[in-house]
Design a protein around this ligand. Structure first.
Ligand SMILES: C[S@@+](CC[C@H](N)C(=O)[O-])C[C@H]1O[C@@H](n2cnc3c(N)ncnc32)[C@H](O)[C@@H]1O
Length: 248
C-alpha cells in the first residue's frame, strides 16, 4: 500500500542541505521496460540509474570520511525514527561520526529539526532504505551499526523483512571494518524477534557480547541511551532485550 505523504514534505526535508542526504533510489517493478542498472540482494528492491543513485554512488559511498571532514569512526543507526537516540549520541561523542538511516521522511525530519539550529558537524541524516546499504557504503567503511526496536514483522512469511535477517546481516558484515570493536548493537522489546536475531546471527557466524534479557537490570543500564520507542516500552514496565554482535 502506498503511504500518503504530506505535500511538500520531501522538499522540506531536502532543504536541510547540510544535514540531509537523499538516498531514495527510485524503484521499478521487475517487469518494467526501464533498464535496470543495479540490483540489490532483495527481490523487491531494484534501482534505476537515476540522479539520486549517481549522487549517492559518486559523492557518498566510500567518501563519508571526506563528507565529515575527518577520519573518526562512523556509526550508523538503521531505522532511526525521530532520532532521539542518535542525536543524543552525536552531541555526547563529538569524535564519532553518526549517520541516521530512515525510510520515512516525516519521522526523519524530526531528528533533523532536533539538531538543525545546533550546527553540529558529526551527524548526517540519510533518507533511504536498509535494502540499499550496498549503494550507500563501501566495504569496511563502518565501525558500528545500531538497530533499535525495528519492526518485528511477526508473520513467518515476512521474516526476510526483519532487519536482523540473514540477507541484511550479510550486508552489514561487508560494510563493517575488521576492528575488534566493530559490530552491531541491537535492542528490542520483542522477545520473539530477539530470539530470531540470536539464532540468525549465530547461524551466520556472529559472536555475542553483553547479551541482556532485561536491560534496566544489567550493568549496561547506566550508559544506556534510550530511543523514543524504548521509553514507551519502559513506561509500560516491559523488559528490553539487548545484544552486541561481532563478526568472527
Ligand atoms: C519501530 S520504529 C523504531 C524507531 C527508533 N529506532 C526507536 O527506537 O524509537 C522503526 C523505524 O524503522 C524505520 N524503517 C523500517 N524499515 C526500514 C528500512 N528498510 N530502512 C530504513 N528504515 C526503516 C521505520 O520507518 C521506523 O521509523
Amino acid at each position: 500500500m502506498r503511504r500518503r505523504k504530506r505535500k511538500g514534505s520531501d522538499e522540506k526535508l531536502l532543504s536541510y542541505e547540510n544535514y540531509v542526504v537523499n538516498g531514495k533510489l527510485n524503484q521499478v517493478p521487475p517487469d518494467s521496460n526501464t533498464q535496470i542498472s543495479n540490483r540489490t540482494n532483495f527481490d523487491n528492491r531494484e534501482v534505476v540509474n537515476d540522479r539520486a543513485y549517481d549522487n549517492i554512488v559518486n559523492n557518498y559511498r566510500g567518501q563519508w570520511s571526506r563528507i565529515f571532514g575527518n577520519h573518526n569512526p562512523i556509526h550508523v543507526e538503521v531505522g532511526s525514527g525521530r532520532g532521539k537516540f542518535i542525536t543524543t549520541l552525536a552531541l555526547k561523542n563529538p569524535d564519532i561520526n553518526y549517520i541516521a538511516l530512515e525510510i520515512k521522511e516525516e519521522v526523519l525530519i524530526r531528528g533533523v529539526e532536533k539538531v538543525s539550529d545546533k550546527n553540529i558537524s558529526n551527524i548526517k541524516f540519510l533518507w533511504g532504505e536498509a535494502e540499499f546499504f550496498e549503494h550507500y557504503f563501501s566495504d569496511s567503511e563502518l565501525d558500528r551499526i545500531y538497530i533499535n526496536f525495528c519492526d518485528p514483522w511477526p508473520k513467518k512469511r515476512n521474516s526476510k523483512r526483519r532487519l536482523t535477517s540473514e540477507k541484511f546481516l550479510e550486508l552489514y558484515r561487508k560494510k563493517l571494518n575488521s576492528k575488534p570493536s566493530s559490530g552491531i548493537h541491537f535492542k528490542t522489546d520483542n522477545q520473539e524477534l530477539f530470539e530470531f536475531s540470536l539464532n540468525e546471527m549465530s547461524e551466520n557466524r556472529w559472536i555475542f557480547r553483553n547479551i541482556s534479557f532485561n536491560l534496566v537490570k544489567s550493568d549496561f543500564s547506566k550508559e544506556n541511551v534510550t530511543t523514543e520507542y524504548e521509553e514507551k516500552f519502559m513506561e509500560l514496565g516491559m523488559p528490553i532485550y539487548r545484544l552486541e554482535a561481532y563478526t568472527l
